[in-house]
Design a protein around this ligand. Structure first.
Ligand SMILES: *Cc1c(COP(=O)(O)O)cnc(C)c1O
Length: 368
């Protein structure tokens, strides 16, 4: 019932004719930077959850994202991405890729026509997230896929915030789905991991570069993610419901200026959410009515929720983009993507919802 942890660097052969098929990845194992049985078990599980053919697991979400992007870029290629990106991905696309000679264009996240006019003949990758971090904007996945494919580009989507329980982008035309498995897949805030899911051919290409760049996942955290996945459906359904209830409570609170959650009727893209998501996710963000200091006070006054980076675990965490998750962006860049200094991101856990609501109510009452 429980897979073993193959915590082994290497694998012993008794028959040398078994070496070539193991080296080619066809059958058997040679060395754990290439493949490891526990890690493969995780890859098969996540591929099935995402309705993909295959998957490649990595030592972090960023290793999955960077290796996947680099696996398909060749000299002269161009990348288009939405502006609202995870901080690390923003840096990768906005700083690292241009410094290596790749041209990247960042477009307004919710503007489909901007995306359509940014793609060119040499665009190789269109990169999106949905829902986005921490602004909780959505991208119409099917339409983004059509735009990418119109110029022969691949659509890559970071679906970490949605989880495979709430959304399956491969069924809507995306070519590769990325997850920080650190978050909802594992769900317990006790490891760092990442995964890329897609067709057999594309995952083979990614695994060759993974072997050469070396960002593979180790067997033990792979085993922990496998265990975490067993309860993912239960956790995520509770998080969906808790986030929906907290969002609607906050949207009526006098100290709250604005709430971002795709499950609210007031979300400007609620129709897209209903079209492409089965559940609306455990992440919301809200703007405190007041100053930056007031918002900081709210985050420090919570007693059940913790002020901590990361998301997707069973405990509720809050953070702010200006001092934690999006310090890479200048204040102007943050303003451009609707991340005021009063914005608080909440990763809603599985606590009793009445306890959570009173915690936020009391914390908000601490500001004048
Ligand atoms: C956390 C996160 C990442 C990066 O994952 P790591 O596991 O921290 O490397 C990428 N995208 C999103 C949306 C994330 O939340």
């Amino acid at each position: 019932m429980v897979p073993p942890i193959y915590e082994s660097t290497t694998f012993k052969f008794t028959d040398a004719t078994a070496i070539p098929p193991a080296m080619s990845g066809e059958k058997g194992y040679v060395y754990s930077r290439r493949e490891n049985p526990t890690v493969v078990r995780l890859e098969e599980k996540v591929a099935a959850l995402e309705r993909g053919e295959a998957a490649a697991a990595f030592g972090s979400g960023m290793a999955a994202i960077s290796t996947t992007i680099f696996a398909f870029l060749r000299k002269g290629d161009h990348v288009v991405a939405i502006r609202d990106l995870y901080g690390g991905t923003y840096n990768l696309l906005h700083e690292q890729l241009p410094s290596l000679g790749f041209e990247t264009s960042l477009v307004e996240t919710t503007d489909e026509s901007a995306l359509a006019s940014a793609v060119r003949k040499n665009t190789r990758i269109v990169y999106i997230e949905s829902p986005t971090n921490p602004t909780i904007k959505l991208v119409d996945i099917q339409r983004a896929a059509n735009i990418a494919h119109s110029v022969g580009a691949l659509l890559l989507i970071d679906s970490t915030f949605a989880t495979p329980i709430n959304q399956n982008p491969l069924t809507m035309g995306a070519d590769l789905v990325l997850h920080s498995a650190t978050k909802f897949l594992n769900g317990h805030d006790d490891l760092v991991a990442g995964i890329s899911v897609g067709s057999k051919d594309k995952i083979r290409t990614i695994k060759i570069l993974r072997r050469d760049l070396g960002g593979v996942l180790d067997a033990f955290p792979a085993w922990l993610v496998l265990r975490g996945i067993k309860t993912m459906a239960l956790r995520v359904r509770t998080q969906n419901a808790n986030a929906q209830a907290l969002a609607s409570f906050l949207s009526k609170h006098p100290k709250v200026a604005r709430v971002n959650h795709p499950g609210l009727d007031s979300h400007p893209q609620h129709t897209i959410a209903k079209k492409q998501m089965r559940g609306f996710g455990g992440i919301l963000s809200f703007e405190v009515k007041g100053t930056k200091a007031d918002a900081i006070k709210v985050t420090e006054s919570l007693r059940i929720a913790s002020l901590a980076a990361s998301l997707g675990g069973v405990e509720t965490l809050v953070s702010q983009p200006h001092n934690m998750t999006h310090t890479q962006l200048s204040p102007e860049e943050r303003a451009q993507t609707n991340m005021p200094d009063t914005l608080v991101r909440v990763s809603v856990g599985i606590e009793d919802i009445e306890d959570l609501i009173s915690d936020f109510d009391e914390a908000l009452s601490s500001v004048a």
